[in-house]
Design a protein around this ligand. Structure first.
Ligand code: ZN
Length: 368
């Protein structure tokens, strides 16, 4: 994450602070200084630090719930508009998402109740509801900010926790994609409401409205994409109808095959059907220029131990990443017992992805 720095680590989770937080602290301290000198500056700093400790505890509510379901939580970032706990993957079970989404607000509720109890014990029940905001104690202000945070977070709008709660409840009944679509649209309706109120009373609400509206759209996009890619596996992207070379074939004969067919990469298998390596177009040309036409294909091929292979059961995204990061035009796909199954080629993957995108656009159009 750019413009942020690490302040510590809790278990596996790195705690980072966005650089604008420092500006915010300085700004509050300056405001306090102008009001009441050093004492005012310290009070304001204390308040803002305590507020962000509250936000951090809220985020760790989500983090511990996610860890409970064995989901990684690499980091949490504190920004002036709140905390963002990164969850490595979305839970597959709606009930897990429900628990993770609720864990944050539950922590905030506990903080508010704890503060209310402490303030009541310290100064009587009247201390909870001050008559004016000019001389509110730091603790009372912290209590009310936490109550506002709690209510705001429970709005049924992405990307707030309430939006996730709503989606989890819907997804259990009507499925992830439809549940997300309904939750996102409700969130966007609320955002438009914010914007209308913001235009009249508070421009800050306009910013929040834009944040909520775009957050809802992004969530819907990512869920739809994952749903369409979800049924794709490395297996479905494997071309099995491929011509195979034996190790004794000369480059000259292989070249004839290459020029006569559409196939761009040729696996080399020994007499027992064990995969030795793969020859792409580039390998042919390099092999011929270095070793001549009479050399066997094994001279030019890249052994599968070097290029890597794709296991048949590998997930779609991981397989595509391995293919494109490896820089080869194709990679052999192998079964669990090492048997050669077919090829995954860039051309084929690009075609399939194109079709998937068209399908997604058509689905989005028909759902409007
Ligand atoms: Zn939260």
């Amino acid at each position: 994450m750019r413009w942020s720095f690490t302040v510590g680590r809790v278990g596996e989770t790195v705690v980072r602070i966005h650089i604008t937080m420092v500006l915010l602290l300085a700004w509050y301290a300056w405001g306090g200084w102008r009001l009441a000198g050093l004492r005012g500056a310290v009070d304001q700093l204390l308040f803002i630090v305590l507020l962000f400790v509250s936000v951090l505890l809220h985020e760790f509510g989500h983090i511990y719930a996610a860890r409970h379901y064995k989901i990684g939580t690499p980091d949490v970032l504190l920004t002036p508009i709140g905390g963002i706990a990164r969850i490595a993957r979305m839970p597959d079970v709606p009930r897990h998402e429900l628990v993770i989404a609720l864990a944050g607000p539950v922590v905030t509720l506990l903080i508010a109740l704890g503060l209310a109890a402490a303030i009541t014990i310290g100064g009587g029940s009247t201390a909870l509801a001050p008559t004016g905001w000019t001389d509110v104690s730091t603790w009372v202000a912290l209590l009310w900010v936490n109550v506002i945070l709690l209510l705001f977070n429970l709005l049924p709008a992405f990307p707030m926790d309430g939006g996730r709660v709503l989606r989890a409840l819907l997804a259990g009944r009507i499925g992830m994609v439809r549940g997300t679509r309904i939750a996102a649209r409700i969130g966007q309706a609320i955002a438009i409401g914010f914007a209308i109120i913001g235009l009249q009373y508070n421009p800050m609400l306009l910013l929040i409205a834009a944040f909520v509206f775009l957050g809802a759209e992004a969530e819907l996009e990512s869920v739809q994409t994952r749903a369409l890619a979800g049924d794709l596996t490395a297996e479905r992207l494997t071309v099995t109808d491929v011509r195979i070379l034996t190790p004794d074939v000369r480059l000259e004969d292989a070249l004839r095959l290459l020029t006569r067919s559409d196939q761009r990469a040729f696996p080399v298998l020994d007499a027992d059907g064990v995969l030795l390596g793969l020859l792409t177009r580039d390998d042919f040309l390099r092999g011929i220029s270095e070793a001549g036409m009479d050399a066997p294909v094994t001279v030019a091929m890249v052994p599968s131990a070097v290029s890597g292979t794709i296991p048949l059961g590998m997930g779609f995204e991981e397989a595509v990443a391995r293919l494109f990061e490896g820089g080869r035009d194709a990679l052999p796909v192998v079964a669990a017992d090492g048997r050669f199954v077919g090829l995954m080629t860039r051309d084929n993957v690009t075609d399939v992805l194109l079709v998937q995108r068209l399908r997604r656009e058509l689905a989005a159009r028909s759902s409007r």
